[in-house]
Design a protein around this ligand. Structure first.
Ligand SMILES: [Zn+2]
Length: 460
């Protein structure tokens, strides 16, 4: 090797070594942060209906959610944040700044029935850790609010994201008379908690919010399956279109009625066919979009197209009766309303045809329809830049699940979201788990992002 070249090669090797050391230092630091976040998640896990095991049931406005809120309020105070709650019980911990425009970061603490410990709680605990980091290094020009939304899951009142909807003045009088499984209305639940929210009351002014960011565990297995993808930067959140499907025929005796289709009109068979048909048609829609390549709408909204029969209930059934009425719900999602509508129409037509073959009729009632929402492009770019600068492996991806961030973006607040991987892709499941290094990487990303947008100046 020519002597002249050696110094250059040596320099390159040295630069590589230094880079490796710097990355390792960053990884070690983020590991400590991951450990602290995990400790807080474990502490919050205690507030659940279950006495043992891994499952977490913490429904909105239940005593477990209240205790989790009190616990987090305590952590906020300990971190020196100014703590307050609004008329719907949403909790805010503020790191003060001089500007009138506030930066918001947050998520939720409630869970589905028998869910896991990380959904929602990660966003809250990661934000707390990031605020501690910022407080230790400087003063933000923009105040930063850590917001904990009430009742994000639809598990109790069959409607999701109640807290952020309420804060934005989007809850109606009809919403307040929604009931839970025990017949308790949302209004009653609010009263029981001493909360005075009135329908349409706006609790935050979007004009005063500079931006909102929500860290969350991914609720699928895309990041967990990827070889080197640690963070998912959310570009767009899919919106669901939901229907209630009622299969009707007539009940008959399960012992006395012969098996032939001439004799039996089994609503359960029709509903079961609907489940399979929905799966197959959704699979085909994905397949077609892959073969044909991006059409104009898919080029903009490339992402999941999914259809699921989510609940199935035999109405007035008994052990020895061929069901005469079965009720199911259908949930269809895509990143464009056009794709979603096309799939929903296909499913309903196919399901009706299959039911008629069984001598069963189908009633369809639309339950809800919310538009897909794109996250703020500026925030996506900024998150990407922070990832690159800090050696955080990342990818851009859509979210098939709904989140409060879509509500805030719809209200005109530039919003952002990022995911950390969920090991095994578990979500709404007691086995939810995220690796410590991923929990920590999210904190590093969030800290640097907030540092930039809230304009933190160093303490003298
Ligand atoms: Zn969640």
């Amino acid at each position: 090797m020519p002597a002249k070249k050696r110094p250059l090669l040596e320099r390159m090797a040295r630069a590589r070594k230094l880079k490796r050391i710097r990355t390792e230092r960053k990884v070690t630091k983020s590991r400590h942060e991951g450990i602290r976040v995990l400790r807080n998640i474990s502490a919050i896990r205690r507030f659940r209906q279950e006495a043992k095991g891994k499952a977490v049931t913490r429904l909105g406005f239940g005593k477990e959610e209240n205790r989790a809120f009190e616990h987090v309020a305590g952590l906020m105070r300990k971190s020196g944040l100014s703590v307050r709650t609004d008329a719907f019980g949403n909790l805010y911990g503020r790191l003060e700044g001089k500007s009138s425009k506030v930066v918001m970061v947050g998520s939720h603490l409630d869970s589905v029935r028998r869910g896991g410990a990380f959904d929602g709680v990660y966003g809250v605990t990661a934000a707390l850790e990031a605020l501690n980091n910022i407080k230790a290094t400087g003063n933000p020009a923009h105040p930063i609010d850590l917001v904990v939304w009430r009742c994000e899951e639809s598990a109790r009142f069959n409607k999701a994201m109640l807290g952020s909807n309420a804060a934005l003045g989007k809850l109606t009088a009809e919403d307040l008379i929604r009931t839970d499984a025990n017949g308790v209305t949302l209004r009653k639940a609010l009263e029981q908690n001493g909360l005075t929210y009135k329908p349409g009351q706006q609790l935050i002014n979007p004009q005063n919010v500079l931006l909102y960011i929500e860290p969350h565990v991914e609720q699928g297995d895309i990041l967990a399956r990827a070889k080197r993808k640690r963070i998912g930067i959310v570009t767009r959140i899919a919106g669901p279109e939901r229907y209630e499907l009622t299969f009707k025929s007539h009940s008959a005796h399960s012992g006395a009625t012969p098996m032939g289709r001439r004799h039996r009109k089994d609503a359960n068979v029709a509903a079961s066919k609907a489940t399979v048909k929905t799966r197959n048609l959704a699979l085909r829609a994905n397949h077609i979009s892959r073969i044909l390549g991006p059409t104009v709408s898919q080029a903009v909204h490339k992402g999941p197209i999914v259809g699921t029969v989510t609940q199935m209930r035999t109405v007035q059934g008994s052990l020895n009766t061929i069901p005469g009425m079965v009720r199911t719900t259908l949930d269809v999602r895509a990143l464009s309303t056009h794709q979603r509508g096309k799939l929903a129409k296909r499913i309903i037509t196919g399901v009706r045809k299959a039911a008629l073959k069984e001598g069963v009729s189908l009633d369809v009632k639309e339950l809800s329809r919310s538009p897909p929402v794109s996250m703020s492009a500026k925030n996506v770019t900024l998150l990407e830049r922070v990832c690159k600068e800090n050696g955080i492996v990342h990818r851009k991806m859509p979210s098939g699940a709904g989140h409060d961030a879509s509500n805030l973006q719809k209200a005109g607040i530039p919003s952002a979201m990022f995911f950390v991987p969920s090991e095994g892709g578990f979500a709404h499941n007691p086995h939810e788990r995220t690796h410590i290094k991923d929990l920590g990487a999210g904190v590093v990303l969030l800290t640097k992002f907030l540092h930039g947008v809230a304009k933190v100046s160093p303490v003298n």
